[in-house]
Design a protein around this ligand. Structure first.
Ligand code: CUA
Length: 314
């Protein structure tokens, strides 16, 4: 195709991409129209009202109508751009309900990807066509930035916290994946590809790369790291019961409350004494240094997957 050969041409391969492009081109064309208009008027007026011998400059009166007009039109334009931008932003921030949860961790200098079904890959990411994909991301060392230009999606990947990004591919193919934040010597080599495949093809790819789903791997860790000793269901345990706790708000010792999300679970694993749940003693040891970010993500996935105990009201 002709446009593929344009140096600035970028495939538009997600549901989000055309929205960004529409706003982008609207801004470019609007700026061009205004710029050309101003320069044409400038040249025209400079010639029309140039100084001529024998003609004295006359007085200039203001025009309320003109002033209002050129205040009001830009105001409407600017508010319109704001509303449009906000609409696109909210779309980017709110993944649909039925997303596939991928876990991504950045590390000098590679991208590690974990599929919802447990397969892992490095610097490549295989996804099915037409499904919404959410990436929950963190870094094992320094700041990176996960960027898929063809999907118009980019998000910083930060050590010590989770960030999130989602996209829904609209065409099959191979698309560049970049690190977009300078992260050391081989930053420029921290690149890879996203492969968007037909769903059946994706299934075939999956069956050729078997692994534990993250929540299953997390369940094993939960046993192996002896988390189960204190967090087994039942009364009189040293730690809170974790079944169904994800997504709820719990009261904290010493007042206040906290929403149990990825961030809080991670913090509780690494810094258990930071926010102790009300009714429990601050006795949990830290697991900092014993678990890598991938393993912590698996534990988070496991806790996320725990259903509330039968008969419990929520
Ligand atoms: Cu990672 Cu730049």
């Amino acid at each position: 195709m002709f446009k593929d050969r344009l140096p600035w041409y970028l495939p538009s391969a997600s549901t989000f991409a055309p929205q960004v492009d529409a706003l982008h081109w609207f801004l470019v064309i609007l700026s061009a129209v205004i710029t050309v208009g101003i320069f044409v008027a400038m040249v025209f007026l400079a010639i029309r009202y140039r100084r001529r011998p024998g003609v004295a400059p006359g007085g200039i009166e203001g025009s309320l109508r003109l002033e209002l007009l050129w205040s009001f039109i830009p105001l409407v334009l600017a508010l319109g751009i704001f509303a449009w931008g906000a609409k696109v932003y909210f779309y980017a921030m709110k993944p649909p309900k039925d997303v596939m949860d991928f876990y991504v961790s950045g590390k000098q200098w590679m991208w590690k990807i974990q599929h919802p079904t447990g397969q892992r890959e490095i610097n490549t990411m295989h996804v099915p066509l037409g499904r919404a994909v959410r990436c929950t991301m963190t870094s094992e060392d320094v700041l990176h930035s996960f960027w898929i230009p063809a999907f118009r999606m980019k998000k910083d990947v930060v050590p010590g916290r989770y960030t999130e990004l989602w996209f829904q591919p609209t065409q099959t193919g191979k698309f560049h994946l970049f690190c977009a934040e300078y992260c050391g010597t081989l930053h420029s080599g921290m690149v890879g590809y996203v492969y968007v495949m037909e769903p059946e093809e994706y299934q075939r790819w999956l069956s050729g790369n078997v692994g534990d789903p993250p929540e299953v791997a997390g369940a094993k860790l939960f046993e192996n790291m002896r988390c189960v000793t204190c967090h087994a269901a039942g009364a009189g345990q040293r730690g809170p019961v974790l079944d169904g706790i994800f997504g709820t708000t719990v009261a904290l010792k010493g007042g206040g409350e906290v929403l149990v999300n990825e961030e809080y679970v991670r913090e509780s694993i690494l810094h258990p004494l930071a926010k102790v749940v009300n009714g429990f003693e601050p006795v949990m040891p830290t697991y900092e240094g014993q678990l890598g970010e991938e393993e912590i993500m698996q534990l988070v996935a496991f806790i996320k997957s725990l259903k509330p105990p039968a008969g419990a009201t929520k």
